[in-house]
Design a protein around this ligand. Structure first.
Ligand code: ZN
Length: 234
């Protein structure tokens, strides 16, 4: 989609009237009833098999129904009004990661949210960066809950990768090995990080993202997602 494309879609929404992506009733892009299905509580969402080195993963929904409709509409149809409720859902998962970390007796002063990288070509193709938009809304929700939060989009694609859809878990892991890098060779020494993504499937993306930020000194507390595909080991 061209950079102006999502503006055109937004304009069409305004002219035609909006409806909920979950139940299709006229009104906001996600009505209160459907939005409530993304409020949690968060659950363990590690895939099965779990990639080596993948830390705790928390999500609030299975990738189906309202969650799937909202994520697809936000990402592929640029329904930007969904960024806030999806970001709030992501915040519930981040709070779950922090609660698990605090349960181990450790507290963090500032939580740094690191979005899993999208390829630049994908972002340009969509005309917007849906995960970064969601992450910024997530940070607002966390700050409103008195959690000191910083958005740190430090990861980038180091090389082109194959489209992940249709690949097996092993193929995804191979496709992503060494695929990410830290922008400008930054160090993240001692910084408490939560890797965030919209969906977790095989965990290959999250696992590689965690490995890379850990390799430059970051302390990865866990992974927070909105939705997990149904196959999980917990
Ligand atoms: Zn609805």
């Amino acid at each position: 989609m061209c950079p102006g494309g999502y503006l055109s879609i937004a304009a069409v929404d305004l002219l035609a009237g909006s409806e909920c992506v979950g139940c299709h009733r006229p009104g906001p892009a996600l009505c209160g009833d459907c939005g409530a299905r993304l409020h949690g509580p968060p659950f363990r969402a590690e895939p099965s098999p779990c990639p080596a080195g993948l830390p705790i993963v928390l999500g609030v929904a299975t990738y189906a129904g309202v969650a799937r409709s909202a994520l697809v509409a936000h990402k592929e149809q640029a329904k930007l009004g969904l960024a806030r409720p999806l970001g709030q859902a992501l915040a519930v998962s981040v709070l779950g990661v922090l609660a698990a970390h605090h349960g181990r007796g450790a507290r963090v002063a500032v939580v740094n949210l690191v979005p899993a990288p999208s390829s630049r070509r994908t972002v340009i193709g969509r005309g917007h960066d849906p995960l970064l938009r969601m992450t910024k809304e997530c940070a607002k929700a966390l700050r409103a809950a008195a959690v000191r939060t910083s958005v740190r989009p430090v990861l980038a694609a180091a090389r082109q990768t194959r489209d992940q859809s249709g690949l097996t878990a092993r193929e995804r892991a191979e496709n992503l090995a060494g695929a990410f890098c830290v922008k400008s060779g930054r160090r993240l020494d001692g910084q408490a990080l939560v890797v965030v993504d919209d969906i977790i499937t095989t965990g290959a993306t999250a696992s590689e993202a965690c490995r890379v930020v850990g390799g430059v000194g970051g302390e990865v507390l866990g992974v927070a997602v909105v939705a997990a595909t149904a196959k999980r080991c917990t």
